[in-house]
Design a protein around this ligand. Structure first.
Ligand code: DUC
Ligand code: ZN
Ligand code: ZN
Length: 474
């Protein structure tokens, strides 16, 4: 007898879509095949639905003090919103300031995440390269935390890593089988441009994007890649937005550099025209939203394998936090100053729907590719495969049932992210998660959350060395 049988769905992996049943015992997948309904204590009929491995979000910032703000959600609330988007595991970053121990901060973060309804993990973060900080890298890897984030910008916020820190972290990460993750934007280019705007007294939302153009990202991207080649280590670049950077990646891949590139659904579906709106500050995120041209370049990168990962970079701030340092003019409109707006937009709940709709329903990519981009590849490169990221015997029974015919108009009212606006308001999607199952238990069913606060567990991770030695996740 099995605890659960999911019957007659199309079971999706990166390489196949097979109509079969999935049997679950306790928290694990017991088998795939054909089972009689009498063999299951509970049977879920999944005719016509696709069954994918639960989405893994490896890029979000929840309860993360930044630019004077904290975010709208507690970790429990974030996990509920995530579950509605098919997410069954997520990872956040240690909060770091100069003088902090990366290890202590990472463990503190894991502790904060205990209230999550879904499994979780943490990335270390580096803002300096003192001998003590570098020594923490091995200790973190030993404790199942083999990924280390650095920012190439945000100097004023005190979280930028200089070149030396990057090189030292790269070197040590290589020694312990770890992987640096880098936010690539040139602080120098951005700050110089911002100074010019200040001189002209034009700090409009539109100028935010102009201060951080493609070249600002592409220069830092190339520098990070050269550093990785210099040290001979692997590198993961988060939230890449444009073809200029992708061309650098292609050249690196030709040389065999294990460079893993992530993009986010907002860069595929939202554009810089939002900065022309009165409430354009709600769309301020870094790197900035770009144009449809860059989005088309990203779709190419997804198709040709230059981009193997997606992440939402979720930073859910409500209007009050996005606006808290702004003033209004006598006519009631904003006195625009983009330097007074916290960077970040919400997205954890809509990453899968947007990829299903804009990707699969529009014929750009297959559902198998979506499986890779939202789950399998994430589990592999972040080191929790095959416990996560695949529907196979002995893997965790983390599953998301998808109805490719379901049409939803995105709006603040249909999402569960605790904020009073939605940048995708009115955006129609076709293809939506209709049930989320984590470790064999139903988390979301028929629009209702059925999970439990604190049910999430810390997942220790270890990266397969072959992914760090050469490019590719096969
Ligand atoms: N980008 C954002 O938009 N917010 C937080 C951090 C980041 O890199
Ligand atoms: Zn970033
Ligand atoms: Zn981020």
């Amino acid at each position: 007898m099995y605890d659960l049988i999911i019957k007659n769905g199309f079971v999706v992996s990166p390489s196949s879509t097979v109509k079969c049943d999935v049997a679950v015992n306790g928290r694990k997948i017991a088998g795939l095949g054909h089972y009689d309904e009498s063999e299951g204590k509970r049977v879920i009929w999944a005719e016509g639905k696709y069954v994918l491995p639960g989405v893994i979000e490896a890029h979000m910032h929840c309860q993360a003090p930044f630019q004077g703000c904290l975010g709208a959600n507690s970790f429990y609330e974030q996990s509920v919103s995530a579950a509605f988007g098919g997410v069954t595991m997520y990872m956040d970053f240690a909060n770091m300031g100069k003088g902090d121990s990366p290890l202590v901060q990472a463990l503190a973060r894991a502790d904060e995440m205990k209230e999550s309804a879904i499994d979780y993990s943490v990335h270390g973060k580096f803002v300096e390269s003192t001998p003590e900080a570098i020594a923490d890298i091995e200790k973190m890897a030993d404790q199942g935390i083999p990924t280390f984030k650095m920012f190439m910008t945000y100097k004023k916020e005190g979280v930028m890593s200089d070149d030396e820190t990057m090189l030292k972290v790269f070197e040590k990460a290589k020694q312990v089988g770890g992987l640096p993750m880098v936010h690539c934007e040139s602080n120098g280019i951005a700050e110089t441009n911002i100074e010019k705007c200040r001189e002209k007294d034009d700090m409009s939302w539109v100028n935010f994007a102009k201060c951080k153009p493609v070249i600002c990202e592409a220069e830092a991207f190339a520098r990070a890649v050269y550093f990785a080649q210099c040290v001979g280590n692997a590198l993961l670049v988060v939230h890449t937005t444009n073809g200029e950077a992708l061309n650098t990646a292609r050249r690196a891949h030709e040389k065999g550099t294990p460079l893993y590139v992530e993009t986010g659904p907002h860069y595929l579906t939202l554009f810089d025209n939002l900065y022309k709106e009165e409430n354009g500050h709600l769309a301020i995120c870094s790197p900035p939203l770009r144009t449809p041209k860059e989005a088309a370049e990203l779709w190419e990168g997804l198709k040709d394998g230059t981009i193997l990962l997606t992440g939402s970079d979720d930073c859910t701030f409500d209007i009050d936090e996005k606006s808290m340092f702004l003033e209004k003019k006598p006519d009631g409109t904003w006195k625009q100053d983009f330097t007074k707006v916290v960077n970040g937009i919400s997205g954890i709940e809509i990453r899968l729907p947007l990829l299903l709709s804009e990707g699969v329903s529009k014929g750009r990519i297959s559902i198998n590719k979506v499986c890779e981009l939202t789950s399998t590849n994430i589990a592999k490169i972040y080191g929790c495969y095959p416990q996560k990221g695949i529907i196979a015997p002995d893997s965790d029974a983390d599953l998301v049932l998808v109805d490719m015919e379901k049409e939803v108009t995105l709006s603040k009212d249909v999402l569960h992210n605790n904020i009073s606006y939605c940048l995708h308001e009115g955006f129609k999607v076709k293809g939506y998660p209709v049930m989320t199952i984590a470790k064999g238990k139903i988390l979301v069913e028929e629009g209702e959350f059925k999970g439990e606060k604190g049910a999430g567990e810390f997942i220790r991770r270890k990266i397969d060395p072959q992914y760090l030695e050469r490019y590719g996740l096969n």
